[in-house]
Design a protein around this ligand. Structure first.
Ligand code: ATP
Length: 280
């Protein structure tokens, strides 16, 4: 079976994520895709982040109608840890502040560990594809055990306008990167099709025309803008009920889990937010 793994913060999961996953499912004949929200995303450890339970709940709602999409607890926090984080700050928690732990004390969720854990349940004929956006793939060489990751799985990359095949090749860890004379002609090629190299298989999906961005959605939610265009209707309803990204004054104290405090930088960002989400 072909199995997909789609990791991220999903704060919140949006239509861009879902369109990408659906396209990957259809194009590469995947049997299922695990959506894996990270408890401690390695590259966002110093940013405020909604509690894992909320991000997971939204994923469960957004994927409910597609049998092949499976919300996964592969990177879930230990149960007592998430509960403590919610008691401390029910609306926006920052992994750095959780359980009075300081930065670096909580183990980040490295994709290589998740991939290896997932593959323990695989049959010999199963094949793993990691789904990733081009913005994240551009930094892949800095990921923990990046070369090993390319040996463990193939990648399906959602391209963004403006990226060429050379950008994809040059993002690879040095030992896998083709020589400059090889990638030179790649500059003229849009990043679509398959790039199969020794030690790396990358499948590129063209621009999916889904401009949704989680950052812009959080900003829109904070000022009470309608979200139906950007997130699944059930997710929009959940956000409305819980008041997840609402600015402090507007949150409803005793509803759901909301007693609301929002990171100051977040509120400032909201005040300066553009009317429509940025194109990713
Ligand atoms: P934020 O704005 O909070 O950084 P994000 O959506 O970029 O949000 P994640 O939730 O971690 O961040 O994204 C999970 C994965 O989905 C990443 O690989 C990212 O590149 C990819 N992704 C994000 N938005 C889109 C989109 N509109 N289309 C396709 N892939 C996307």
């Amino acid at each position: 079976m072909n199995i997909g793994l789609f990791g991220g913060t999903f704060d919140p999961v949006h239509r861009g994520h879902l369109a990408f996953a659906q396209e990957a499912l259809d194009r590469y004949k995947l049997h299922r895709i695990y959506f894996v929200p990270a408890n401690v995303p390695p590259h966002k450890q110093h940013q405020p982040l909604s509690p894992f339970v909320h991000r997971f709940a939204m994923l469960a709602l957004a994927t409910a109608r597609q049998k092949a999409f499976i919300p996964s607890l592969l990177e879930a926090p230990p149960p007592e840890e998430d509960a403590a984080a919610i008691r401390t700050n029910p609306i926006r928690s920052n992994p750095v502040r959780r359980n009075n732990k300081s930065a670096g004390q909580e183990k980040p969720n490295y994709t290589i560990d998740t991939v290896r854990r997932l593959k323990q349940s695989f049959k010999a004929s199963d094949k793993l594809f990691v789904l990733i956006g081009m913005d994240a793939f551009a930094d892949i060489a800095k990921w923990h055990q990046a070369e090993a990751l390319f040996r463990e799985c193939e990648f399906i990359v959602a391209n963004r306008p403006g990226y060429s095949l050379a950008d994809v090749a040059n993002a690879l860890p040095e030992s896998l990167r083709p020589r400059p004379e090889v990638t030179k002609p790649f500059h003229k090629h849009a990043a679509t099709g398959d790039l199969v190299l020794e030690g790396a298989s990358i499948h590129l999906l063209g621009d999916l025309h889904q401009a949704a961005s989680a950052t812009a959605i959080r900003q829109a939610a904070a000022v009470g803008k309608p979200l139906g265009r950007f997130v699944d209707a059930l997710v929009a309803e959940y956000l409305q009920k819980i008041g997840l990204y609402r600015a402090a004054k507007q949150s409803r104290p005793f509803e759901g889990l909301g007693t609301g405090s929002v990171d100051r930088r977040q509120v400032a960002a909201v005040r300066n937010a553009p009317a429509s989400p940025r194109k990713r």
